[in-house]
Design a protein around this ligand. Structure first.
Ligand SMILES: NC(=O)c1ccc[n+]([C@@H]2O[C@H](COP(=O)([O-])OP(=O)(O)OC[C@H]3O[C@@H](n4cnc5c(N)ncnc54)[C@H](O)[C@@H]3O)[C@@H](O)[C@H]2O)c1
Length: 435
């Protein structure tokens, strides 16, 4: 089967590289010529552990190619996986512009029967819409089948997730087509869930919303722990050991970000509205996360009163470790809050500095190491639990800062250690250390 991947971002590139690793011939297509030119030189435009090696190995084997020419991408394709972005519109609904443009372009170039598999996260009913967009533009002799195949990989562990995921969801209204997609994935030997198209579309939104709900729930418990004198570390352990609940996604922090959870929850809320359903939990979840993202800022305000001219340090800027993705990261909100309050800001992240510099330019300062960022600082904020940041020694932090006050949004450090080192330490859902 000739397989084309449309959209060579986090999902498309990882999917393409992994499918080539199991022996398929994959042509990755993107409208971004610069991205394709980098990839043709074996350079990955995104940071994802293990991806560079995977790409190079399969280019060398002749299994993985990259193209920005739609004719080359679609002319001989038997199956097209679409993995273009579906960002949020202003009203929270999913923006399908990239997807629709891709569908129209596919229709322009295909020459034979085709299976179009949507990996992008899309509202219920979108695959049927895409199928119609293509079918009505091609000759009636060309049969267009659509399949919903939502993606569950996580940035930072994307390759592992592709090879060892919990399940592959294949939503098709045609059993034979569903089986053909199953054959593509067969070498991964993962559980396959066959559904109708609409259920597959819904599975993705329901999964992300439920995971986000777990995060927001434990964050609310953490906030209550602070008031009630309990410690969220103990509470999470005690709750998470219940197998009906599970330990994952019970780490309290400053809320979720990234390119998926916030937009998918808003999109599901919008879908619910369209079907005239008042999804109350979802609306609360959006509010709770919004407030949680500002939690460190309000803790700092409570401590200092004003932050004007305070020398502040932000450590970790990505929405989670092991990715360069800063979309909807808590760091962006905090930088904006601190700027409005007149603070002086120095930031450090192991990977994402160029992306943050593009956004904030000379409004803030950029350090080349965590240690340099902490030099002379009066307030340090920890926003991403990169190993490099978690492994900092509190004793070293104390020496570098002019006033050792740490606001930790990821609970990276031990309270006793902070106490022993004479650091004022404010974390999430745990007693404050005020030495
Ligand atoms: N990033 C994740 O962790 C993740 C996980 C699961 C699902 N998803 C979903 O997968 C989809 C893709 O997400 P992403 O993070 O990979 O996006 P991305 O922004 O990293 O990549 C999208 C790519 O599509 C390209 N593109 C846009 N229009 C195109 C067109 N007409 N033809 C060819 N290429 C085109 C863009 O240039 C870009 O390179 C989204 O719907 C997202 O919600 C993402």
């Amino acid at each position: 089967m000739n397989i084309t991947i449309t959209g060579t971002g986090y999902v498309g590139l990882v999917t393409g590289a992994c499918l080539s690793e199991i022996g398929h011939h994959i042509n990755c297509y993107d409208i971004d010529k610069e991205k394709i030119s980098m990839l043709n030189q074996g350079i990955s435009p995104i940071y994802e552990p293990g991806l560079d090696e995977l790409i190079q190995r399969n280019i060398d084997k002749g299994l993985l190619t990259f193209s920005s020419d739609p004719e080359d991408a679609y002319r001989n394709a038997d199956c097209i996986f679409i993995a273009v972005g579906t960002p949020a519109n202003e009203d929270g609904s999913a923006n399908l512009t990239f997807l629709e443009k891709a569908a129209i372009q596919i229709a322009e170039y295909i020459t034979k029967d085709i299976i179009v598999v949507t990996k992008s996260t899309v509202p219920v009913g979108t695959n049927e819409h895409i199928g119609r967009l293509i079918q009505e533009r091609v000759s009636a002799s060309i049969k267009v089948e659509v399949v919903s195949n939502p993606e569950f990989l996580r940035e930072g562990t994307a390759i592992h997730d592709t090879f060892h995921g919990d399940r592959i969801v294949i939503g098709s209204n045609n059993e034979e087509t569903g089986k053909r997609i199953e054959e593509i994935y067969a070498p991964f030997q993962l559980p396959i869930v066959h559904t109708d198209i609409r259920s597959a579309e819904m599975i993705k939104y329901a999964s992300n919303s439920f995971l986000a709900l777990k995060i927001s729930f434990i964050n609310e418990i953490a906030n209550l722990c602070e008031k009630a004198g309990a410690n969220i570390d103990h509470v999470s352990t005690g709750v998470g050991l219940d197998r009906r609940i599970g330990r994952q996604f019970l780490q309290a922090g400053i809320g979720f970000g990234g390119s998926c959870f916030p937009k998918d929850i808003n999109a599901l809320n919008h879908i619910a509205k369209e079907f005239d359903y008042d999804f109350k939990i979802l609306k609360s979840l959006i509010d709770v996360n919004h407030i949680q993202k500002e939690r460190l800022f309000f803790k700092a305000k409570e401590h200092f009163g004003s932050l004007t001219d305070k020398r502040t340090t932000l450590l970790g800027l990505t929405f989670k470790p092991n990715t360069d993705d800063i979309r909807e990261a808590a760091s962006l909100q905090l930088i904006q809050d601190l700027l409005i309050d007149g603070a002086k800001i120095t930031v450090y992240d192991p990977i994402a500095m160029p992306k943050v510099e593009k956004l904030f330019g000379d409004k803030i300062s950029y350090a080349t190491s965590a240690e340099q960022a902490l030099e002379g600082s009066e307030a340090a904020f920890i926003l991403t639990e990169w190993d490099e940041i978690k492994n900092l020694k509190l004793a070293d932090i104390k020496v570098k800062m002019s006033d050792p006050i740490v606001f930790d949004g990821r609970n990276c450090f031990n309270l006793d250690e902070a106490n022993k080192n004479g650091i004022q330490y404010f974390s999430i859902g745990r007693p404050a250390v005020k030495s």
